[in-house]
Design a protein around this ligand. Sequence first.
Ligand SMILES: *Cc1c(COP(=O)(O)O)cnc(C)c1O
Length: 404
Amino acid sequence: MLDIQKIRADFPILSEKVNGKTLVYFDNGATSQKPQVVIDAISKYYQEINANIHRGVHTLSQLATDAYEISRGKIQNHINAKFSHEVLFTSGTTFGINLVANGFTSLLKEGDEVIVSALEHHSNIVPWQMLCERTRAVLKVIPMNEKGELIMEEYDKLLSDRTKIVTVNHISNALGTVNPIKEIISKAHAVGAAVLIDGAQAVPHLRPDVQALDCDFYVFSGHKMCGPTGIGILYGKEDWLNKLPPYQGGGDMIKEVTFEKTTYAGLPFKFEAGTPNIAGGIVLGTAIDYMNEVGFENIQAQELELLEYGTKRLIEIEGLNIVGTAENKTSVISFNIKGIHPYDIGTIVDKLGIAVRTGHHCAQPIMNHFNIPGTIRASFAFYNTKEEIDAMIEAIKKAVMMLS
Ligand SMILES: *Cc1c(COP(=O)(O)O)cnc(C)c1O
């Protein structure tokens, strides 16, 4: 079991005061907090080895390049990719999805189909709509049931030889649903379609094994898993990455440039134009080391306890309705209180030091499905406690009293 007080001491922000109250941070679905080792690693990079990578012969450039590539290897190992050149550094999930959606432009023709799900973040909807506009391919949507689970029989009906790519999230940011991605992937492969998994909301809770999943692409952001903002990963199978054209042109992604013709560098550099977020890439490795030290089994056990306890306490509140009650669910609780706008609750509990998210959570189609403007979302991380949940419940009760 985790020594929660010891873990909490790793995160300096957790002892900060907000509005004069001790911070209760339940907006982990938007971004996680950072442990001291991650904060220190950022300064250490700039203090000791800052230099541009892959270019210089000088010592610092070598040190920075080595640290960056060692981190790539760590991430390869973490997600069990076959080759390190299948692990591309990006600025985040959004960039990774856009890279793949853009790359599919030349592979699709009119009448081809792209399948997304009803549970997606806008990041995993809009780039595919733009792709469909460019190519006149058709966007299809796997519907969900009232619990917020994808309806797999409907997915079966959507699949055909017109399906070229299926793109779904591993875990829903708005409702916490864990999707049956293994089944989704194998069924897509059976009709010859590629699969992209948006893992942004999964990597804070579990260690994906991209070879066991057999997905073609897996994308995530560093900032939701204890790492810095502005860094993320696109995993792609070697064959697919060779098939896709470069996304951006510039330095570092070329082999030879003349005004007549440019040849591109091999993987992974073909997709990494320009000076990257070097510190971010290195420190993402530090964040992953930290999470592995805590241990994903411990993380899951703690979060499951918080999910169960939080659910039990919240439904004690009169008129409170939980949105998203999937059987297989992570530590995200979205809810509404009868007759009260989510924003009003969020504003009042913030004054009491409680950080929750309110709104549509970048997933408007989900809110439309349930016919609501938005929800209040409490998303727990392994460093949260039951005492913090108690504080949230008290704050919500106060807010309800003030508003009704
Ligand atoms: C956060 C999130 C994204 C977008 O990630 P960025 O870091 O903003 O690029 C996409 N999908 C899901 C499921 C998310 O939770």
